[in-house]
Design a protein around this ligand. Structure first.
Ligand code: ADP
Length: 339
């Protein structure tokens, strides 16, 4: 039947509320509550909202549309909410009377929309903090209360620090948005990964000198090449190595950056033996603006965007990233990139 080919679920309900027809997609969309034919829709589990919609369509003799949320048992202890848009319209001029219903699964769209809203809220919040601080200092300067050059200098330094933070947040947001909108056109070139890592370490010299960690760089003696966009790989290694340095002020820090090549893929790892990431934070670290609770102080240098950039940049190269953390022993970010 032709209607079994369409991705939307389609139902025909007669004037007595009995299901006369359900296409294949209905059972795909509602795996748990597969709709029974020749039974009343109102008696079927999970169909409450759709039944109400059909009633509105029949009583009002007009097309009606509504968002329907259904909670499924996704695993033994997990439930998952799926979001549907359902349209119902009366079957005018048909002997059965009743109504037809079309159901579309919009869960992914709803999720994307939610992420977008959260992003705008978080971004505004993150930008407002440094901006209000700068504003405060401008007010102080205008009031003429600051007399000494030294205090003036301190004021300007703080303002500079916060404006740099705002710049960094904006740059990070632009990078994420480029990566997510799919128009991150990768400028692919073949490069030696070790070379990229060495450049990054050079850029991070001031932080390395402040932390004086032991740094182990372990790549194949010959080759060890990747075809990808060096701009993003610089960012990936910068963010990962910078995090390892930034999060671990205690002495005895060791950072290992390594790469292993096979014919199909290369596995790149950035690991440290520092304070690590608590198990409950691990599922969230790649989310935008997420920072582990212990770092929620004014002094935090990060934007909470570093790891989400890393994840999306690795994915733009067809790869994956995993995090394993045993606090105090090893925290490793492992990337697998197809060759
Ligand atoms: P930020 O810009 O704040 O560093 P990230 O997205 O890069 O944001 O990282 C998110 C959080 O994950 C950080 O706030 C930090 O608490 C934690 N984190 C990341 N890498 C490490 C690491 N190597 N060791 C300990 N914590 C880390």
């Amino acid at each position: 039947m032709l209607l079994d080919e369409v991705p939307q679920g389609i139902l025909v309900i007669d004037a007595a509320g009995i299901v006369n027809y359900a296409n294949l997609a209905m059972s795909v969309l509602f795996p748990e509550h597969s709709v029974r034919l020749h039974a009343r829709l109102a008696d079927q589990a999970g169909m409450e909202d759709i039944t109400a919609l059909v009633r509105d369509a029949v009583q009002g003799q007009q097309r009606v549309r509504s968002e329907v949320r259904v909670v499924f048992q996704a695993g033994r202890n997990t439930v998952e909410e799926r979001v549907y848009v359902a349209v119902a319209a009366p079957l005018i001029d048909m002997p059965v009377g009743g109504a037809w219903v079309m159901v579309e699964d919009v869960t992914e769209r709803a999720l994307t929309e939610q992420i977008r809203k959260d992003f705008v809220t978080n971004a505004s919040h993150e930008l407002r903090t440094p901006l209000s601080l700068i504003h405060g200092y401008i007010e102080t300067l205008k009031s003429g209360m600051i007399k000494s050059t030294a205090s003036l200098h301190r004021c300007l330094e703080v303002m500079e620090k916060h404006s740099k933070r705002m710049m960094r947040i904006i740059e990070d947001m632009l990078t994420i948005s480029r990566l997510e909108s799919g128009d991150a056109q990768l400028r692919r070139e073949t490069f030696l990964v070790r070379g990229c890592v060495e450049d990054v370490l050079e850029h991070l010299t001031p932080l390395i000198e402040a932390r004086h960690p032991e740094i182990v760089v372990n790549f194949p003696a010959t080759n060890g090449k990747l075809e990808g966009d060096r701009f993003y790989w610089d960012q990936i290694f910068t963010n990962l190595i910078e995090n390892a340095l930034k999060e671990n002020p205690n002495p005895g820090l060791r950072i290992t950056i390594s790469g292993v090549w096979s014919p199909e893929e290369c596995i790149l790892t950035v690991a440290d033996n520092g304070i690590g990431i608590a198990a409950e934070d691990v599922p969230f670290v790649f989310k935008r603006f997420f920072r582990c609770a212990k770092h929620h102080s004014q002094e935090t240098k990060g934007t909470g965007l570093g790891l989400s950039i890393v994840k999306r940049a690795v994915e733009a190269h067809g790869g994956t990233i995993e995090l394993h953390s045993l606090p105090g022993v090893e925290t490793a970010f492992v990337m697998r990139v197809p060759l």
